[in-house]
Design a protein around this ligand. Structure first.
Ligand code: DX5
Ligand code: ZN
Length: 217
């Protein structure tokens, strides 16, 4: 099923509660946590995520772009976030981490950077609810979709189907009206969109426009 997850990285951080109300038709809120170590940018952390939790009933899709995911990711599931994504490049024990996240009642997701091969990590797919294929180098919004990631999205979809189709395939980076259909046709079903949603005068209308471009959604 198609899901649209606006990224608040492109929202006004001084007015987050109001910005969340502008995306009421979203399937979840994508929250980009960056630590200036795993990626060369710094955004927000657990205290702000807890405040966001209080400010919206929408499901929270936390994208952790931080080192030492094993230490920090469980704190986000304990804080009531519906989905927590760790980067495979930052997790020492990904299988155990996924199990812990699920035991706290959240979905467990794993992200791969553009330069990271997917195949060596597919063995833990059965422990996951979602696989995030990065379609830009993580760190900043507003970058261009990397067409070269399309085969990786298709490989992820194939692996998910082999397991019975319960794992969502998410794409993040450069998703807009020009790229969303190609990502969907390659096999993605869950779409993060930051600048494409929040640069619009009406973010909810932008979500509807993106949704309409996916056949059958
Ligand atoms: C980038 C973040 C993305 C970002 C996407 O590292 O993970 O979620 O907000 O922004 P757009 O949609 O503008 O590429
Ligand atoms: Zn993200």
């Amino acid at each position: 099923m198609t899901s649209i997850h606006p990224s608040i990285l492109s929202a006004d951080f001084a007015n987050l509660a109001a910005e969340l109300q502008r995306i009421s038709s979203a399937d979840a809120v994508h929250v980009d946590v960056m630590d200036n170590h795993f990626v060369p940018n710094l955004t927000l952390g657990l205290p702000v995520v807890k405040a966001i939790r209080e400010a919206t009933d929408l499901p929270l899709d936390i994208h952790l772009m931080i080192d030492d995911a094993d230490r920090w990711a469980p704190e986000y599931s304990e804080a009531g976030c519906e989905s927590v994504t760790f980067h495979i490049e930052a997790a020492a024990r990904p299988r155990e981490l996924a199990r812990i996240l699920r035991s706290h009642g959240s979905k467990a997701a794993m992200a791969v950077k553009p330069g990271t091969e997917l195949e060596p990590h597919l063995e833990i797919l059965s422990e996951l609810d979602m696989l995030l294929i990065m379609t830009v180098e993580p760190g900043f919004g507003g970058q261009s979709f990397m067409e070269a990631m399309l085969p990786k999205i298709t490989a992820a979809r194939q692996a998910a189907e082999d397991l019975g189709g319960t794992v969502a395939i998410q794409v993040d980076g450069g998703i807009n009206r020009d790229t969303i259909l190609r990502a969907a046709e390659a096999g993605a079903d869950t779409f993060v969109a930051g600048s494409a949603v929040y640069s619009a005068a009406d973010p909810d209308a932008a979500i509807a426009q993106l949704r309409k471009l996916i056949p059958g959604s």
